[in-house]
Ligand binder design. Structure first.
Ligand SMILES: [Cu+2]
Length: 288
């Protein structure tokens, strides 16, 4: 990926079955406003080649976004707040003009979201969403190095003030702080289910892309695949947090099994025009 998001990558795991709360929120905005305390309302979006399906309006507050990838390509859901009266069309034009070589203008505020699940799977992230006008965008550029937003993969989303108190943040058992340019985990990674609190403590937007490398594959293999997108990706993408502004927080669940993992940030550094991972924003770890 280019501008703010990932390089295309891989396979991933589906996260969990639909709960009752999920079912209630499937209709989108109106249902989401009824949740008061307890668990954050769940809002579902589906990505396909090359469009999003989901609500046009949701309520503000702590919200779990679930992205189902109908494929066949990789897709993510990047939430971008549109300030200064700018429109979805303005943002699309800005992305097309940037060609992935720079960050969007200041009126387009990265506001988190869900990084890619593998085709056929879901990924999710929980975050505080403030009222405002947003676009949901996919800037993945697999398989032909053309960003999906250029193919029309952008949709408006209005966030209206909630009529009820926000649900509390989910419980997390680990924190990953993102700085310019590194991921700093609060402790060792272990197998099993975890909810990771992802915090942007940097001065630039950052994202978290979680990849499980295929057995016997290395970061080198992943890098080579990223240049051409030829053949199967040497790993699986497990979702993550889409580009977040400084100070923003997201809660992302992962189920770790034995293997080699990489945590990556593809946001473009405006000074060098290089993705953050090329400036060292890569963390690798092993689960045995
Ligand atoms: Cu970064």
């Amino acid at each position: 990926m280019r501008v703010m998001a990932m390089a295309g990558v891989v396979l991933l795991l589906g996260l969990g079955a639909c709960t009752k709360a999920d079912q209630g929120a499937k209709t989108g905005g109106a249902a989401a406003t009824t949740a008061a305390t307890g668990t954050p309302p769940v809002v579902h979006f589906t990505a396909a080649d090359f469009a999003f399906q989901g609500p046009d309006t949701i309520a503000s507050g702590m919200t779990t976004l679930v992205l189902h990838n109908d494929g066949p390509s990789l897709h993510h859901l990047m939430l971008v707040r549109l300030d200064s009266g700018k429109t979805v069309e303005d943002l699309k034009a800005a992305f097309v003009a940037l060609k992935g070589q720079d960050m969007p203008p200041a009126w387009a505020v990265p506001s988190g979201g869900v990084n890619p699940p593998m085709p056929g799977s879901d990924a999710r992230a929980t975050l505080m969403i403030e009222p405002g006008h947003y676009a949901i965008v996919c800037v993945v550029d697999v398989p032909d190095h053309v960003m999906h937003v250029d193919k029309g993969m952008i949709k408006g989303l209005t966030v209206v003030p909630s009529t009820t108190a926000s649900a509390p943040a989910p419980k997390s058992d680990m924190t990953i702080s993102m700085v310019d340019f590194a991921f700093k985990p609060s402790g060792p990674f272990t197998s099993g289910h975890h909810v990771i609190k992802v915090v942007n403590q940097g001065s630039q937007p950052h994202e978290l892309v979680m990849v499980q490398l295929a057995p016997g594959k290395t970061m080198d293999d992943l890098g080579k695949w990223g240049q051409t997108y030829q053949g199967p990706m040497p790993g699986t993408i497990l979702g993550g947090a889409a580009p977040m502004s400084p100070g923003q927080v997201e809660y992302v669940p992962f189920d770790f099994t034995a293997g080699d993992y990489a945590v990556l940030c593809f946001v473009v550094d405006p000074a060098s025009h290089m993705p953050h991972l090329a400036r060292g924003m890569v963390l690798t770890f092993k689960i045995s």
